[in-house]
Design a binder for this molecule. Sequence first.
Ligand code: NAD
Length: 357
Amino acid sequence: MLLQEKTFTSSEHNDCNRLFKYAEDLGFGDIKFKIDAKTGLRAIIAIHNKERGPAIGGCRHIYYDSYDKALEDVIRLAHGMSSKAAICNLPRGGAKSVILRPTIIKDREAFFRSFGEFVHEQQGAYIVAEDSGTSPADMDIIAQVTPYVTCTSAGGGDPSPYTALGLCRSIEAAVKFKLGSNLNGIRVAIQGTGHVGYYLARELANLGAKIIVTDIDQTSANRCATEFDGQVVSPDAIYSIECDVFAPCALGAILNDTTIPLLKASIVAGSANNQLAHKHHGVMLHQRGILYAPDFLVNAGGLIYASANYDHIDLKEAKAQIEGLYQSLWDVLERAKAENKPVSEVVDEIVEERLTP
Ligand code: NAD
């Protein structure tokens, strides 16, 4: 299409304005686009911060019903990675990428090689890892064209078991802090029994917790419940189920005006990124007396693991760092209690302090 054939509507202009303003307000950074007609690749790399070091961030390869949604997602996620690296004191910046999943990929090898070239053009400021819709096999293809990749099948593979380990330690800290007990007999409702949810159920069951699970994939939920002696509930019922901990391990923005009033849990701690639909939902949880364990802190195990793998750091050292999320969360909870502020507000303040040069 010739450029002059397309005139933009004012709502298209508004979307563009809104997203650029959003990125500006969050303190970006580089946002790069690649469209490759030959392979069908349409991808965005967003680098929020590279001051603290090269950024590691997953590549999400999912269906988006608009470019705006993809751009908004990558902006939010890249910003979240800066916060995650900062709260764990990792020498990493924050970045993420998204690929708009096409209906058909004619040649997966060419598709991911093209994406790998895009990563390579960032000259190491962005190191790609797997995420929703990508696998170690895709990282292997990317590794053919760039060294700026981790989570390949020879280089660590799936980080989810480590994300689940860090999350389980965080849940232990939250339960100790709020309820003064260990996990024995504690009821945890897990939303999403995919990679992280499944491994989390295993960790929790080993410590004597009682598992309640849901997933839109019934087979996956049933498998998890059978293996760990849990109970399955419908996706809609998970918010209002009687439990001690609600662990969102599926989607973002699930803590909102509709769901928060339904919660019976006294703790929310899960792996899903960007759980709070809006900042004020952190305040709402605080007002309801529900302890919110910040998502980007409790799900940092995967990043710590991927980072250690990339730098060839001993796995024992990485595991000790992941176990350390217990203390990191404890410190944030103590500060929030001492200052009588919502945990979500305090954790943002700490990140701000660490990201400000
Ligand atoms: P996944 O895709 O393997 O699992 C997600 C599961 O949620 C799937 O089984 C899916 O069917 C289910 N699901 C989707 N919508 C649902 C709904 N409405 N109700 C119930 N279940 C639903 O993803 P994952 O790797 O397990 O990651 C889970 C979340 O944690 C994501 O938000 C991801 O971004 C985040 N996260 C993952 C990692 C990691 O190491 N994998 C690290 C940090 C953050």
